[in-house]
Design a protein around this ligand. Structure first.
Ligand SMILES: [Zn+2]
Length: 603
Protein backbone atom coordinates (compact mmCIF):
# COMPACT_ATOMS: atom_id res chain seq x y z
CA UNK A 1 0.00 0.00 0.00
CA UNK A 2 1.37 3.44 -0.94
CA UNK A 3 1.66 6.22 1.58
CA UNK A 4 -1.10 8.22 -0.13
CA UNK A 5 -3.43 5.24 -0.04
CA UNK A 6 -2.75 4.60 3.62
CA UNK A 7 -3.56 8.22 4.41
CA UNK A 8 -6.97 7.96 2.76
CA UNK A 9 -7.88 5.37 5.35
CA UNK A 10 -9.44 7.75 7.78
CA UNK A 11 -10.13 7.23 11.42
CA UNK A 12 -13.77 6.25 10.75
CA UNK A 13 -12.80 3.65 8.21
CA UNK A 14 -10.26 2.30 10.64
CA UNK A 15 -12.83 2.12 13.39
CA UNK A 16 -15.24 0.26 11.15
CA UNK A 17 -12.47 -2.13 10.18
CA UNK A 18 -11.78 -3.20 13.74
CA UNK A 19 -15.44 -3.05 14.67
CA UNK A 20 -14.87 -1.27 17.96
CA UNK A 21 -13.63 1.95 19.45
CA UNK A 22 -11.79 4.22 17.01
CA UNK A 23 -8.02 4.19 17.41
CA UNK A 24 -6.58 6.88 19.67
CA UNK A 25 -2.89 7.75 19.84
CA UNK A 26 -1.60 6.59 23.25
CA UNK A 27 0.98 9.38 23.31
CA UNK A 28 -1.02 12.52 22.37
CA UNK A 29 -4.68 11.29 22.36
CA UNK A 30 -5.11 12.42 18.76
CA UNK A 31 -7.78 10.56 16.80
CA UNK A 32 -6.47 11.89 13.48
CA UNK A 33 -4.46 8.72 12.91
CA UNK A 34 -3.85 6.69 9.75
CA UNK A 35 -3.60 2.99 9.10
CA UNK A 36 0.05 2.01 8.64
CA UNK A 37 0.34 -1.73 8.18
CA UNK A 38 -0.77 -5.12 9.43
CA UNK A 39 1.71 -7.50 11.06
CA UNK A 40 0.85 -11.03 12.27
CA UNK A 41 -2.84 -10.17 12.30
CA UNK A 42 -2.35 -6.99 14.35
CA UNK A 43 -3.32 -3.66 12.82
CA UNK A 44 -0.87 -0.81 13.31
CA UNK A 45 -1.78 2.85 13.09
CA UNK A 46 0.35 5.95 12.81
CA UNK A 47 -0.20 9.31 14.53
CA UNK A 48 1.27 12.13 12.42
CA UNK A 49 0.78 14.64 15.24
CA UNK A 50 3.22 12.98 17.68
CA UNK A 51 5.06 10.71 15.20
CA UNK A 52 4.04 7.54 17.02
CA UNK A 53 2.88 4.15 15.70
CA UNK A 54 0.69 1.84 17.77
CA UNK A 55 -1.20 -1.44 17.70
CA UNK A 56 -5.00 -1.15 17.66
CA UNK A 57 -6.95 -2.76 19.17
CA UNK A 58 -4.51 -3.57 21.97
CA UNK A 59 -4.28 -7.12 23.36
CA UNK A 60 -5.17 -7.68 27.03
CA UNK A 61 -2.79 -7.79 30.00
CA UNK A 62 -3.27 -11.51 30.69
CA UNK A 63 -2.19 -12.40 27.15
CA UNK A 64 0.97 -10.32 27.55
CA UNK A 65 1.97 -11.70 30.95
CA UNK A 66 1.82 -15.23 29.55
CA UNK A 67 4.19 -14.15 26.81
CA UNK A 68 6.90 -12.84 29.13
CA UNK A 69 6.78 -15.54 31.79
CA UNK A 70 8.47 -18.09 29.52
CA UNK A 71 12.24 -18.55 29.35
CA UNK A 72 12.18 -18.68 25.55
CA UNK A 73 11.31 -15.00 25.58
CA UNK A 74 14.72 -14.15 27.01
CA UNK A 75 16.90 -16.77 25.34
CA UNK A 76 14.97 -18.43 22.57
CA UNK A 77 15.51 -15.88 19.80
CA UNK A 78 11.78 -15.63 19.23
CA UNK A 79 10.56 -12.84 17.04
CA UNK A 80 10.32 -9.93 19.41
CA UNK A 81 12.21 -11.66 22.19
CA UNK A 82 15.90 -11.45 22.98
CA UNK A 83 18.44 -13.64 21.15
CA UNK A 84 20.68 -13.53 24.15
CA UNK A 85 19.71 -11.14 26.88
CA UNK A 86 23.22 -10.54 28.26
CA UNK A 87 24.88 -9.81 24.91
CA UNK A 88 22.14 -7.46 23.75
CA UNK A 89 22.04 -5.34 26.88
CA UNK A 90 25.78 -4.60 26.86
CA UNK A 91 26.17 -1.68 24.40
CA UNK A 92 24.31 0.71 26.72
CA UNK A 93 26.75 0.25 29.60
CA UNK A 94 29.01 3.30 29.01
CA UNK A 95 26.12 5.78 29.20
CA UNK A 96 24.83 3.97 32.25
CA UNK A 97 28.11 4.12 34.15
CA UNK A 98 28.43 7.80 33.31
CA UNK A 99 24.97 8.42 34.74
CA UNK A 100 25.84 6.59 37.98
CA UNK A 101 29.04 8.59 38.32
CA UNK A 102 27.14 11.87 37.85
CA UNK A 103 24.75 10.99 40.67
CA UNK A 104 27.54 9.82 42.97
CA UNK A 105 29.17 13.23 42.64
CA UNK A 106 25.93 14.87 43.81
CA UNK A 107 24.76 12.74 46.69
CA UNK A 108 25.54 9.94 49.08
CA UNK A 109 23.13 7.04 49.75
CA UNK A 110 22.17 6.82 46.10
CA UNK A 111 19.33 4.56 44.98
CA UNK A 112 18.21 3.18 41.67
CA UNK A 113 15.04 1.61 40.32
CA UNK A 114 15.28 -0.47 37.15
CA UNK A 115 11.83 -1.00 35.65
CA UNK A 116 12.06 -4.14 33.53
CA UNK A 117 15.35 -5.10 35.17
CA UNK A 118 15.63 -8.47 33.38
CA UNK A 119 18.45 -10.50 34.91
CA UNK A 120 19.52 -7.59 37.12
CA UNK A 121 22.75 -6.89 35.20
CA UNK A 122 22.53 -3.11 35.51
CA UNK A 123 21.41 -3.22 39.11
CA UNK A 124 24.24 -5.52 40.15
CA UNK A 125 26.76 -3.04 38.76
CA UNK A 126 25.19 -0.25 40.79
CA UNK A 127 25.09 -2.51 43.83
CA UNK A 128 28.84 -3.11 43.64
CA UNK A 129 29.29 0.66 43.72
CA UNK A 130 27.28 0.83 46.95
CA UNK A 131 23.90 1.83 45.51
CA UNK A 132 20.58 0.74 47.01
CA UNK A 133 19.11 -1.33 44.20
CA UNK A 134 15.47 -1.99 43.37
CA UNK A 135 14.01 -3.68 40.33
CA UNK A 136 10.67 -4.42 38.76
CA UNK A 137 10.46 -7.43 36.50
CA UNK A 138 7.20 -8.88 35.27
CA UNK A 139 8.84 -12.10 34.03
CA UNK A 140 9.06 -14.88 36.58
CA UNK A 141 11.91 -16.48 34.63
CA UNK A 142 14.01 -13.30 34.67
CA UNK A 143 13.36 -12.72 38.37
CA UNK A 144 14.58 -16.22 39.10
CA UNK A 145 17.83 -15.68 37.17
CA UNK A 146 18.35 -12.30 38.87
CA UNK A 147 17.98 -14.00 42.25
CA UNK A 148 20.36 -16.82 41.32
CA UNK A 149 23.01 -14.45 40.02
CA UNK A 150 22.82 -11.66 42.54
CA UNK A 151 21.15 -13.14 45.60
CA UNK A 152 19.64 -10.73 48.06
CA UNK A 153 21.65 -7.68 47.05
CA UNK A 154 18.81 -6.65 44.74
CA UNK A 155 15.23 -6.10 45.78
CA UNK A 156 13.25 -7.22 42.74
CA UNK A 157 9.44 -7.16 42.70
CA UNK A 158 6.86 -8.19 40.15
CA UNK A 159 5.01 -4.91 39.62
CA UNK A 160 5.51 -1.20 40.17
CA UNK A 161 2.74 -1.17 42.78
CA UNK A 162 4.98 -3.34 44.98
CA UNK A 163 7.98 -1.01 44.91
CA UNK A 164 8.66 0.46 48.33
CA UNK A 165 7.63 4.12 48.70
CA UNK A 166 10.94 5.88 48.11
CA UNK A 167 12.27 8.70 45.96
CA UNK A 168 14.94 7.32 43.62
CA UNK A 169 18.00 9.07 42.25
CA UNK A 170 17.90 7.11 39.01
CA UNK A 171 15.08 5.28 37.24
CA UNK A 172 15.87 3.11 34.23
CA UNK A 173 13.34 1.95 31.67
CA UNK A 174 15.44 0.15 29.11
CA UNK A 175 13.48 -1.37 26.22
CA UNK A 176 10.32 -1.28 28.31
CA UNK A 177 7.86 1.35 27.11
CA UNK A 178 7.32 -0.19 23.68
CA UNK A 179 5.74 -3.13 25.53
CA UNK A 180 3.12 -0.97 27.29
CA UNK A 181 -0.37 -0.09 26.02
CA UNK A 182 0.08 3.46 27.09
CA UNK A 183 3.21 5.10 28.53
CA UNK A 184 1.47 7.26 31.14
CA UNK A 185 0.01 4.81 33.73
CA UNK A 186 3.48 3.50 34.58
CA UNK A 187 4.66 7.04 35.29
CA UNK A 188 1.46 7.85 37.20
CA UNK A 189 2.08 4.83 39.44
CA UNK A 190 5.67 5.93 40.04
CA UNK A 191 4.63 9.51 40.80
CA UNK A 192 1.83 8.26 43.08
CA UNK A 193 4.41 6.21 45.01
CA UNK A 194 6.59 9.28 45.34
CA UNK A 195 9.30 7.49 43.34
CA UNK A 196 10.00 10.41 40.98
CA UNK A 197 10.93 13.70 42.59
CA UNK A 198 12.43 16.86 41.12
CA UNK A 199 15.95 15.40 41.38
CA UNK A 200 15.22 11.99 39.89
CA UNK A 201 17.04 11.23 36.64
CA UNK A 202 15.30 9.02 34.19
CA UNK A 203 16.64 7.07 31.21
CA UNK A 204 14.50 5.40 28.58
CA UNK A 205 15.60 3.35 25.60
CA UNK A 206 13.38 2.05 22.82
CA UNK A 207 13.61 1.15 19.11
CA UNK A 208 13.45 4.14 16.75
CA UNK A 209 10.20 4.04 14.76
CA UNK A 210 11.42 6.92 12.62
CA UNK A 211 14.65 5.24 11.57
CA UNK A 212 15.24 4.62 7.89
CA UNK A 213 14.52 0.91 8.32
CA UNK A 214 11.22 1.53 10.12
CA UNK A 215 9.90 4.13 7.69
CA UNK A 216 11.06 2.67 4.37
CA UNK A 217 9.23 -0.62 4.90
CA UNK A 218 6.97 -0.29 7.98
CA UNK A 219 5.57 -3.82 7.95
CA UNK A 220 8.97 -5.49 7.64
CA UNK A 221 10.84 -3.47 10.28
CA UNK A 222 12.44 -5.96 12.66
CA UNK A 223 11.16 -4.25 15.82
CA UNK A 224 7.58 -4.22 14.51
CA UNK A 225 6.47 -7.30 16.36
CA UNK A 226 3.11 -7.16 18.05
CA UNK A 227 1.87 -8.19 20.53
CA UNK A 228 5.11 -7.81 22.48
CA UNK A 229 5.76 -4.35 21.02
CA UNK A 230 2.62 -2.25 21.14
CA UNK A 231 3.75 1.36 20.77
CA UNK A 232 6.55 2.47 18.45
CA UNK A 233 8.21 5.73 19.45
CA UNK A 234 10.15 8.41 17.64
CA UNK A 235 12.45 11.02 19.18
CA UNK A 236 9.49 13.38 18.96
CA UNK A 237 7.03 11.10 20.71
CA UNK A 238 9.48 10.38 23.54
CA UNK A 239 9.92 14.10 24.01
CA UNK A 240 6.14 14.52 23.99
CA UNK A 241 5.67 11.95 26.77
CA UNK A 242 8.41 13.36 28.99
CA UNK A 243 7.43 16.98 28.53
CA UNK A 244 3.78 16.24 29.27
CA UNK A 245 5.01 14.67 32.51
CA UNK A 246 6.66 18.02 33.19
CA UNK A 247 10.25 16.80 32.94
CA UNK A 248 12.75 19.50 32.11
CA UNK A 249 16.12 18.94 30.52
CA UNK A 250 14.71 16.33 28.14
CA UNK A 251 17.42 15.00 25.83
CA UNK A 252 16.73 12.43 23.13
CA UNK A 253 19.52 10.93 21.05
CA UNK A 254 20.07 8.04 18.68
CA UNK A 255 21.77 4.79 19.65
CA UNK A 256 23.03 1.83 17.58
CA UNK A 257 23.92 3.73 14.37
CA UNK A 258 23.39 1.70 11.20
CA UNK A 259 25.07 2.24 7.84
CA UNK A 260 21.96 2.30 5.66
CA UNK A 261 20.80 5.64 7.08
CA UNK A 262 19.32 7.36 4.07
CA UNK A 263 16.72 10.09 4.70
CA UNK A 264 13.23 8.72 5.19
CA UNK A 265 10.13 10.29 6.68
CA UNK A 266 6.35 10.44 6.32
CA UNK A 267 5.25 13.45 4.29
CA UNK A 268 2.64 14.60 6.80
CA UNK A 269 4.96 14.63 9.83
CA UNK A 270 7.19 17.55 10.62
CA UNK A 271 10.53 15.83 10.60
CA UNK A 272 12.74 17.99 12.83
CA UNK A 273 14.38 15.99 15.56
CA UNK A 274 13.43 12.66 13.97
CA UNK A 275 15.57 13.34 10.87
CA UNK A 276 18.61 13.79 13.02
CA UNK A 277 18.46 10.17 14.21
CA UNK A 278 17.19 8.48 11.05
CA UNK A 279 20.33 6.37 10.83
CA UNK A 280 19.98 5.06 14.40
CA UNK A 281 17.98 1.94 15.14
CA UNK A 282 17.50 2.89 18.80
CA UNK A 283 16.70 5.93 20.90
CA UNK A 284 17.87 7.01 24.32
CA UNK A 285 15.89 9.66 26.20
CA UNK A 286 17.18 11.23 29.36
CA UNK A 287 15.37 13.69 31.57
CA UNK A 288 15.22 15.01 35.10
CA UNK A 289 13.56 17.76 37.07
CA UNK A 290 9.86 16.95 36.95
CA UNK A 291 7.47 18.75 39.29
CA UNK A 292 4.59 16.50 38.25
CA UNK A 293 4.28 15.12 41.80
CA UNK A 294 3.36 18.58 43.05
CA UNK A 295 1.13 19.17 40.01
CA UNK A 296 -0.93 16.05 40.74
CA UNK A 297 -1.12 16.87 44.44
CA UNK A 298 -2.85 20.13 43.64
CA UNK A 299 -5.30 18.85 41.01
CA UNK A 300 -6.63 15.50 39.97
CA UNK A 301 -5.14 13.64 37.01
CA UNK A 302 -7.12 10.43 36.37
CA UNK A 303 -4.90 7.42 36.94
CA UNK A 304 -2.88 9.02 39.72
CA UNK A 305 -3.50 8.57 43.43
CA UNK A 306 -5.76 5.66 44.15
CA UNK A 307 -9.01 4.00 43.14
CA UNK A 308 -10.69 5.81 46.01
CA UNK A 309 -9.72 9.16 44.50
CA UNK A 310 -11.18 8.02 41.21
CA UNK A 311 -14.42 7.00 42.95
CA UNK A 312 -14.54 10.41 44.50
CA UNK A 313 -14.01 12.45 41.33
CA UNK A 314 -15.39 10.57 38.32
CA UNK A 315 -18.99 9.82 39.40
CA UNK A 316 -19.81 13.51 39.83
CA UNK A 317 -19.14 14.08 36.15
CA UNK A 318 -21.06 10.92 35.25
CA UNK A 319 -23.96 12.42 37.19
CA UNK A 320 -23.50 15.82 35.50
CA UNK A 321 -23.69 14.16 32.07
CA UNK A 322 -27.40 13.56 32.53
CA UNK A 323 -27.85 17.35 32.74
CA UNK A 324 -25.33 18.17 30.01
CA UNK A 325 -27.06 16.57 27.02
CA UNK A 326 -27.31 19.19 24.26
CA UNK A 327 -26.45 21.95 26.75
CA UNK A 328 -24.11 24.93 26.88
CA UNK A 329 -21.88 23.95 29.79
CA UNK A 330 -19.35 25.80 31.88
CA UNK A 331 -16.95 23.62 33.87
CA UNK A 332 -15.66 26.09 36.39
CA UNK A 333 -12.28 25.19 37.90
CA UNK A 334 -11.87 22.48 35.28
CA UNK A 335 -8.30 21.66 36.37
CA UNK A 336 -6.78 19.07 34.05
CA UNK A 337 -9.98 18.99 31.99
CA UNK A 338 -10.92 15.31 32.29
CA UNK A 339 -14.46 16.16 33.46
CA UNK A 340 -15.06 18.84 30.84
CA UNK A 341 -13.96 16.31 28.22
CA UNK A 342 -16.51 13.78 29.51
CA UNK A 343 -19.30 16.33 29.35
CA UNK A 344 -18.24 17.41 25.84
CA UNK A 345 -19.24 13.96 24.57
CA UNK A 346 -22.92 14.81 25.11
CA UNK A 347 -23.04 18.62 25.38
CA UNK A 348 -23.55 21.22 22.69
CA UNK A 349 -20.42 22.91 23.97
CA UNK A 350 -18.29 22.81 27.11
CA UNK A 351 -16.12 25.69 28.22
CA UNK A 352 -13.48 24.62 30.74
CA UNK A 353 -12.36 27.51 32.89
CA UNK A 354 -9.43 27.57 35.26
CA UNK A 355 -7.20 30.16 36.87
CA UNK A 356 -4.12 27.98 36.47
CA UNK A 357 -2.27 28.24 33.16
CA UNK A 358 -0.35 25.06 34.04
CA UNK A 359 -3.53 23.05 34.43
CA UNK A 360 -4.82 24.31 31.10
CA UNK A 361 -1.61 23.37 29.28
CA UNK A 362 -2.29 19.85 30.49
CA UNK A 363 -6.01 20.05 29.64
CA UNK A 364 -5.38 21.21 26.08
CA UNK A 365 -2.64 18.65 25.47
CA UNK A 366 -4.72 15.77 26.82
CA UNK A 367 -8.29 16.45 25.69
CA UNK A 368 -9.16 17.16 22.12
CA UNK A 369 -12.85 17.43 21.23
CA UNK A 370 -14.74 19.62 18.78
CA UNK A 371 -17.34 20.53 21.46
CA UNK A 372 -14.72 21.51 24.02
CA UNK A 373 -12.64 24.61 24.66
CA UNK A 374 -10.53 25.83 27.55
CA UNK A 375 -9.94 29.33 28.79
CA UNK A 376 -7.80 30.82 31.49
CA UNK A 377 -9.61 33.39 33.65
CA UNK A 378 -9.25 34.56 37.21
CA UNK A 379 -12.31 36.87 37.25
CA UNK A 380 -14.72 34.18 38.54
CA UNK A 381 -16.46 34.34 35.15
CA UNK A 382 -17.53 37.96 35.58
CA UNK A 383 -16.30 38.81 32.07
CA UNK A 384 -18.61 36.23 30.46
CA UNK A 385 -22.08 37.27 29.19
CA UNK A 386 -25.02 36.85 31.60
CA UNK A 387 -27.53 34.00 31.13
CA UNK A 388 -25.25 32.13 28.75
CA UNK A 389 -25.13 28.60 30.23
CA UNK A 390 -27.59 25.74 30.74
CA UNK A 391 -25.32 24.01 33.21
CA UNK A 392 -22.38 25.01 35.39
CA UNK A 393 -20.30 22.36 37.10
CA UNK A 394 -17.95 23.42 39.87
CA UNK A 395 -16.50 20.40 41.64
CA UNK A 396 -14.05 20.57 44.55
CA UNK A 397 -13.02 24.14 43.76
CA UNK A 398 -14.90 26.27 46.25
CA UNK A 399 -12.86 25.09 49.28
CA UNK A 400 -9.68 26.32 47.54
CA UNK A 401 -10.67 29.99 47.90
CA UNK A 402 -11.39 32.24 50.88
CA UNK A 403 -14.88 33.03 52.19
CA UNK A 404 -15.33 36.29 50.28
CA UNK A 405 -14.31 34.68 47.01
CA UNK A 406 -16.67 31.76 47.69
CA UNK A 407 -19.57 34.20 47.95
CA UNK A 408 -18.55 36.14 44.85
CA UNK A 409 -18.10 32.93 42.83
CA UNK A 410 -21.61 31.67 43.65
CA UNK A 411 -23.05 35.11 42.79
CA UNK A 412 -21.21 34.98 39.48
CA UNK A 413 -22.63 31.49 38.72
CA UNK A 414 -26.16 32.76 39.46
CA UNK A 415 -25.67 35.52 36.91
CA UNK A 416 -24.24 33.25 34.21
CA UNK A 417 -27.09 30.71 34.33
CA UNK A 418 -30.22 30.87 32.21
CA UNK A 419 -33.54 30.81 34.16
CA UNK A 420 -34.10 27.05 33.93
CA UNK A 421 -30.40 26.20 34.15
CA UNK A 422 -28.59 24.35 36.94
CA UNK A 423 -25.47 24.69 38.98
CA UNK A 424 -23.92 21.41 40.19
CA UNK A 425 -21.40 22.23 42.86
CA UNK A 426 -19.54 20.02 45.31
CA UNK A 427 -17.17 20.30 48.24
CA UNK A 428 -15.59 17.73 50.56
CA UNK A 429 -16.94 17.05 54.01
CA UNK A 430 -14.48 18.40 56.63
CA UNK A 431 -15.49 15.50 58.89
CA UNK A 432 -13.89 13.17 56.33
CA UNK A 433 -11.00 15.30 55.04
CA UNK A 434 -9.64 15.35 58.58
CA UNK A 435 -8.61 11.73 57.93
CA UNK A 436 -6.27 12.86 55.16
CA UNK A 437 -4.37 15.33 57.31
CA UNK A 438 -3.64 18.99 56.61
CA UNK A 439 -4.35 20.08 53.02
CA UNK A 440 -2.34 23.22 52.18
CA UNK A 441 -4.55 23.90 49.12
CA UNK A 442 -7.80 24.17 51.09
CA UNK A 443 -8.45 27.73 52.25
CA UNK A 444 -11.94 27.25 53.72
CA UNK A 445 -13.69 23.90 53.99
CA UNK A 446 -17.46 24.02 54.48
CA UNK A 447 -19.80 21.97 56.61
CA UNK A 448 -23.06 20.92 55.01
CA UNK A 449 -24.85 23.77 56.76
CA UNK A 450 -22.29 26.40 55.69
CA UNK A 451 -22.39 25.08 52.15
CA UNK A 452 -26.18 25.31 52.01
CA UNK A 453 -26.11 28.84 53.41
CA UNK A 454 -23.55 29.93 50.84
CA UNK A 455 -25.67 28.59 47.96
CA UNK A 456 -29.03 29.72 49.30
CA UNK A 457 -27.86 33.33 49.28
CA UNK A 458 -27.87 33.25 45.47
CA UNK A 459 -30.31 30.45 44.61
CA UNK A 460 -33.95 30.05 45.56
CA UNK A 461 -33.72 26.26 45.25
CA UNK A 462 -30.92 24.13 46.60
CA UNK A 463 -31.09 20.37 46.71
CA UNK A 464 -28.29 18.73 48.70
CA UNK A 465 -26.94 15.30 47.73
CA UNK A 466 -24.41 13.47 49.85
CA UNK A 467 -21.74 11.35 48.27
CA UNK A 468 -20.67 8.08 49.87
CA UNK A 469 -18.08 5.69 48.50
CA UNK A 470 -19.13 2.12 49.18
CA UNK A 471 -18.38 -1.26 47.64
CA UNK A 472 -21.21 -2.53 45.50
CA UNK A 473 -22.34 -6.00 44.50
CA UNK A 474 -24.19 -6.59 41.27
CA UNK A 475 -26.68 -9.31 40.45
CA UNK A 476 -27.70 -9.08 36.83
CA UNK A 477 -28.85 -11.05 33.84
CA UNK A 478 -27.36 -8.48 31.48
CA UNK A 479 -23.75 -8.19 30.36
CA UNK A 480 -23.82 -4.52 31.22
CA UNK A 481 -25.70 -4.18 34.49
CA UNK A 482 -26.65 -0.87 36.03
CA UNK A 483 -28.74 0.35 33.12
CA UNK A 484 -32.03 -0.13 34.94
CA UNK A 485 -30.85 -1.38 38.28
CA UNK A 486 -32.51 -1.20 41.65
CA UNK A 487 -30.32 -0.73 44.65
CA UNK A 488 -30.66 -1.98 48.19
CA UNK A 489 -28.50 -2.64 51.22
CA UNK A 490 -26.92 -5.73 52.67
CA UNK A 491 -25.13 -5.96 55.99
CA UNK A 492 -26.82 -2.90 57.44
CA UNK A 493 -26.76 0.69 56.29
CA UNK A 494 -24.33 2.14 58.82
CA UNK A 495 -26.03 5.51 59.15
CA UNK A 496 -23.06 6.82 61.15
CA UNK A 497 -20.68 6.82 58.14
CA UNK A 498 -20.27 10.47 57.14
CA UNK A 499 -20.59 11.28 53.45
CA UNK A 500 -17.26 12.17 51.80
CA UNK A 501 -18.64 15.11 49.84
CA UNK A 502 -21.64 17.34 49.42
CA UNK A 503 -23.01 17.87 45.96
CA UNK A 504 -25.64 20.53 45.48
CA UNK A 505 -28.01 21.17 42.60
CA UNK A 506 -28.98 24.82 42.49
CA UNK A 507 -31.51 26.55 40.33
CA UNK A 508 -33.57 29.69 40.03
CA UNK A 509 -36.57 27.39 39.45
CA UNK A 510 -37.98 24.53 41.57
CA UNK A 511 -36.12 21.25 41.29
CA UNK A 512 -37.75 17.85 40.93
CA UNK A 513 -37.05 15.29 43.64
CA UNK A 514 -34.14 12.95 43.04
CA UNK A 515 -33.59 9.39 44.20
CA UNK A 516 -30.27 7.68 44.81
CA UNK A 517 -27.76 7.30 42.03
CA UNK A 518 -25.20 4.55 42.10
CA UNK A 519 -22.27 4.32 39.69
CA UNK A 520 -20.54 0.99 39.29
CA UNK A 521 -16.86 0.76 38.46
CA UNK A 522 -16.59 -1.50 35.43
CA UNK A 523 -12.94 -0.67 34.67
CA UNK A 524 -11.33 -3.51 36.58
CA UNK A 525 -11.97 -6.97 37.89
CA UNK A 526 -12.37 -5.83 41.50
CA UNK A 527 -12.15 -9.38 42.89
CA UNK A 528 -8.97 -10.19 40.96
CA UNK A 529 -7.37 -6.86 41.84
CA UNK A 530 -8.27 -7.13 45.53
CA UNK A 531 -7.02 -10.71 45.73
CA UNK A 532 -3.76 -9.76 44.02
CA UNK A 533 -3.36 -6.85 46.42
CA UNK A 534 -4.00 -9.08 49.40
CA UNK A 535 -1.53 -11.63 48.10
CA UNK A 536 1.08 -8.98 47.43
CA UNK A 537 0.67 -7.52 50.89
CA UNK A 538 0.90 -10.93 52.44
CA UNK A 539 4.04 -11.73 50.51
CA UNK A 540 5.57 -8.37 51.38
CA UNK A 541 5.03 -9.11 55.05
CA UNK A 542 6.63 -12.52 54.69
CA UNK A 543 9.57 -11.06 52.78
CA UNK A 544 10.00 -8.35 55.34
CA UNK A 545 9.94 -10.93 58.08
CA UNK A 546 12.47 -13.20 56.39
CA UNK A 547 14.81 -10.26 55.83
CA UNK A 548 14.58 -9.38 59.51
CA UNK A 549 15.26 -12.98 60.40
CA UNK A 550 18.23 -13.24 58.07
CA UNK A 551 19.69 -10.04 59.49
CA UNK A 552 19.25 -11.41 62.96
CA UNK A 553 20.87 -14.77 62.06
CA UNK A 554 23.82 -13.00 60.50
CA UNK A 555 24.22 -10.83 63.55
CA UNK A 556 24.13 -13.82 65.87
CA UNK A 557 26.74 -15.71 63.89
CA UNK A 558 28.90 -12.59 63.64
CA UNK A 559 28.85 -12.15 67.41
CA UNK A 560 29.67 -15.85 67.88
CA UNK A 561 32.61 -15.67 65.51
CA UNK A 562 33.94 -12.54 67.11
CA UNK A 563 33.82 -14.25 70.48
CA UNK A 564 35.56 -17.30 69.02
CA UNK A 565 38.21 -15.13 67.43
CA UNK A 566 38.83 -13.25 70.66
CA UNK A 567 39.22 -16.53 72.50
CA UNK A 568 41.67 -17.92 69.93
CA UNK A 569 43.65 -14.72 70.03
CA UNK A 570 43.86 -14.91 73.80
CA UNK A 571 45.07 -18.49 73.65
CA UNK A 572 47.59 -17.61 70.95
CA UNK A 573 48.85 -14.59 72.87
CA UNK A 574 49.23 -16.74 75.96
CA UNK A 575 51.14 -19.40 74.04
CA UNK A 576 53.39 -16.84 72.32
CA UNK A 577 54.27 -15.40 75.69
CA UNK A 578 55.13 -18.83 77.19
CA UNK A 579 58.67 -20.17 77.33
CA UNK A 580 57.82 -23.52 75.74
CA UNK A 581 56.29 -21.73 72.67
CA UNK A 582 59.59 -19.90 72.17
CA UNK A 583 61.71 -23.03 72.70
CA UNK A 584 59.73 -25.15 70.26
CA UNK A 585 59.85 -22.52 67.48
CA UNK A 586 62.58 -24.30 65.38
CA UNK A 587 60.64 -27.58 65.55
CA UNK A 588 57.46 -25.87 64.29
CA UNK A 589 59.48 -24.39 61.42
CA UNK A 590 60.76 -27.85 60.39
CA UNK A 591 57.26 -29.33 60.71
CA UNK A 592 55.91 -26.61 58.45
CA UNK A 593 58.57 -27.35 55.82
CA UNK A 594 57.78 -31.04 55.93
CA UNK A 595 54.05 -30.42 55.53
CA UNK A 596 54.71 -28.13 52.57
CA UNK A 597 57.18 -30.59 51.03
CA UNK A 598 54.77 -33.51 51.26
CA UNK A 599 51.91 -31.62 49.66
CA UNK A 600 54.21 -30.46 46.83
CA UNK A 601 55.50 -33.98 46.14
CA UNK A 602 51.93 -35.28 45.92
CA UNK A 603 50.94 -32.70 43.32
ZN1 LIG B 1 -0.10 11.08 18.72
Amino acid sequence: MSMAESRTKTMEAAAAAVGGKPPVCPVCESQAVVFLCEVDGFRIFRCPQSATDFVWPMPGDAQLKQLYDREQWFEGGEKGGYQNYDAQTEPLLPFYLEMLAECERESKNVSILDVGCGYGTHLAMASRRGWQCFGVEVSEHARKIARERHGERLYVVESVERVIPHQFDVILMLEVIEHLHDPYPLFYSLFSLGAIGPKTRIAITTPNARSFAAVSDPGAWIYRHPPSHLVYYSARSLRHVLERLRFTGVKVEGTYPADDGKPASYEDETAGVNDEWVSCSGLLARASGSDFMEFMHERYVPGTWSKITEYEHLPRYAFARTYAVGAQVLDFGCGTGYGAAQLAEVAEHVLGLDASADALVWARATHDHSHLSFEQRDDLGRGLPASSFDLITCFEMIEHVDEDTQREAVQSFARLLRPAAKLLISTPNPEVTVNYGENPYHRKELTEQEFRQLLSASFAHVQMLRQWIRPSVTLAADDLPGQAAEFGYIGGTDASTPPANFLAICSHQPLPGLGEKCYLDGSQDFVAVSMAREKALHQARIEHFSILQRTRDLYVSLVAREAELAENRAVLDGMKGSLSWKLTAPMRFVAQLLRGGRSRSRS
